[in-house]
Design a protein around this ligand. Structure first.
Ligand SMILES: [Zn+2]
Length: 632
């Protein structure tokens, strides 16, 4: 024990160091510890459930499970998959290969959307940020091969493109293209991607969520998207009832689409779409094609192997039939007692939040009233939904279909449902996360928070843990999610989730100053051989900061509160051992800070940290009072 680091010098290492030193990252995952460990255990549990359902040993009255299990069997039927090889996707690939003019593309555009063949722009029906009772039609530029535009032209970027090229070349060998054509398709794919990368947003730009909302008229959008017949597409989908405005999430890419897509390079586009489609759908084909298609992604996150087939089957089915599976998990494993207990905790946290807003020293009364109104209308989604959305009962799987065709049909139903929403009222009861997901979220458009049953376990929460431990665990997570209502993005939305300015100007300026301080506190902190980008992670850091602040206030009101236990469990929930490649990827792309820093940097902002462990300026986990930030 004498070599052990002092808690005053490194909270995270003190709590998790020994565990991390001994932990082994599974060879089919990028991380282990905290969230990841719970997820792994849940996966093992649900896999054994699926095994029992598939063998007929177990049954459930959740009807949607029948189709989920049918699809599961198709994933597992590798003999048939291998026999069919690339065959199931060839007709679609031929359709893509035949595109050599804008006219032909326009004929196929809607069909391509339904079959997830990438167009020169991406589109989606989303909740309308300015009126969240309605949906809107949103478009943006295509996604790039590299995980962020900042990778292009760098050494790591070039290496990754090399890996991608090898993978794509392997996949192309399975097609009926000649050798020269295969080479040309690959060259064109990289060339088209290189053009796209010069126009689409970077991850830091995407992190500014509100800047996605740019309403354009249909006419001006159609003008930018030429030679695509955008209006024709809209009419083909919605007849006369086309959207009255288009929300452009990525204005530069759309306005300058001509740079990467025009009459002259239609074939280049088609070759890119061909390769992208082949690779993204390879997972539904033979074992060989499927395992080839994960090479790039696994390189990115440093994972040596694919999961065994049974796990793949569970993962794919678990994603497509997420809601019914989450409901099954919730009904089977989540107790009413725990649900009641955690709902009470959320209510207490919201009440405490209101208290803190009332006593806040940078807001005027009018802004405080609006913030309190927003807090009082937050809806709580706890555990899992009461009912399963109707769409899942329509996602049938035909016994005769190939795995590929079965998945295509299921995805088409999901897409039709999404497109059909455009003229419907937003269902505020819809859950963004299923019950079997180890995570939690705040939805700015619905002003609600979701806590799936799967996260309500140790170390986050347990009826058998002390109140102090639960507050350091799920308490800080709950308050984190609520804080998203008041982070640099959430602050732009009102109590109904609409984009609206409810701030007094001076108050917003004061908040922005604090946001800037938070960016500066984190920007440039060295980690994993790279450094933190303060701007990318600011929304999550504001949420973490609010999370700890509010949970700590409740600690002061809790009988027998043990602040040491609070901080120790807080560090425990962020325990993570990750592959170096994955750490690099997260630093560039993830809006969350590295787990270790979420524990170690954040606690230094709070006086309770210094009191709990007698931390002084001699210790490494000390920062001067004037450098400490508490926003909410
Ligand atoms: Zn968050």
């Amino acid at each position: 024990m004498e070599n052990k680091v002092r808690i005053q010098d490194d909270l995270y290492e003190y709590v998790n160091g020994e565990w991390i030193a001994n932990a082994v990252i599974p060879d089919d995952r990028p991380t282990i510890g905290g969230f990841s460990t719970l997820d792994k255990e849940l996966e093992e549990l649900m896999m054994s459930e699926f095994r029992a359902f598939a063998s007929g040993e177990k049954t459930t009255d959740i009807r949607e499970f029948e189709d989920a299990i049918k699809l599961y069997r198709k994933v597992m039927d590798v003999e048939r998959r291998n026999r069919e090889g690339i065959q199931p996707i060839l007709p679609l690939l031929h359709e893509i290969a035949a595109i050599d003019s804008a006219e032909k593309l326009n004929e196929k555009a809607v069909e391509f959307v339904m079959k997830q063949v990438m167009l020169p722009f991406e589109c989606d029906v989303e909740v309308d940020m300015s009126d969240t009772t309605k949906y809107c039609f949103m478009i943006k530029g295509p996604s790039t091969i590299l995980p962020d535009t900042t990778y292009y032209g760098t050494e790591p970027g070039n290496q990754l493109l090399g890996v991608y090229s090898t993978m794509a070349a392997n996949a192309l060998k399975f097609t009926d293209l000649g050798e020269e054509e295969q080479k040309k398709y690959l060259e064109d794919t990289l060339a088209f991607d290189g053009l796209v990368a010069q126009k689409v947003k970077s991850q830091v730009e995407w992190a500014d969520y509100v800047s996605m909302y740019n309403p354009f008229t249909v006419e001006e959008t159609a003008e930018y998207l030429k030679p695509m017949d955008f209006k024709g597409m809209l009419h083909a989908v919605w007849k006369d009832d086309i959207p009255d405005k288009i929300i452009v999430a990525d204005p530069k890419a759309i306005k300058e689409m001509n740079f990467y897509f025009n009459e002259e390079n239609i074939s280049m586009y088609a070759h890119w779409a061909y390769v992208k489609t082949l690779l993204s759908k390879s997972q539904f084909l033979s074992e060989e094609l499927a395992s080839n298609s994960t090479i790039y992604r696994r390189t990115l996150i440093g994972v040596p192997n694919d999961p065994e087939m049974e796990k793949q089957a569970y993962q794919i089915v678990g994603a497509l039939y997420a809601e019914p599976i989450g409901v099954y998990y919730g009904r089977t494993y989540f107790g009413e007692e725990a649900k009641k207990d955690v709902v009470n905790m959320v209510k207490k946290i919201i009440a405490t939040y209101m208290d803190r807003v009332r006593n806040n020293d940078f807001l005027r009364q009018e802004t405080k009233d609006k913030a309190i109104l927003k807090l009082s209308t937050i809806k709580i989604k706890m555990g899992y939904p009461d009912s399963i959305r109707e769409i899942f009962s329509r996602m049938h799987v035909n016994e005769e279909d190939s795995y590929y065709d079965a998945v295509e049909k299921v995805i088409a139903i999901l897409l039709e449902d999404s497109i059909g929403k455009l003229h419907k009222t937003v269902d505020r009861g819809e859950w963004l996360m299923p019950g079997h997901m180890v995570n939690a979220c705040y939805d700015p458009s619905r002003n609600d928070i979701t806590f799936p049953a799967a996260i309500l376990q140790k170390p986050f929460y347990s009826i058998n843990q002390s109140a102090s431990e639960n507050l350091g665990g799920i308490g800080t997570v709950i308050a984190h999610e609520i804080s998203h209502a008041f982070d640099n993005n959430g602050s732009h939305f009102d109590e109904n989730g609409n984009l609206a300015n409810w701030w007094k100007e001076e108050d917003f300026a004061a908040f922005q100053k604090l946001t800037q301080k938070m960016i500066e506190q984190w920007d440039g902190i060295p980690f994993g051989g790279d450094k933190v980008n303060g701007e990318l992670v600011v929304s999550e850091n504001i949420a973490d900061n609010g999370g700890v602040a509010v949970a700590l206030q409740i600690m002061h009101e809790t009988e027998g509160a043990d602040f040491q236990k609070f901080f120790i469990n807080f560090a425990r929930i962020w325990c993570m051992k990750a592959n170096p490649e994955y750490i690099q990827l997260l630093l560039k792309n993830d809006v969350h800070s590295p787990c270790k820093l979420r524990a170690n940097i954040q606690v230094r902002n709070f006086p309770e940290w210094y009191e709990a462990f007698g931390v002084t300026e001699k210790d490494q986990m000390y920062i001067a009072p004037e450098k400490r930030i508490i926003i909410w």
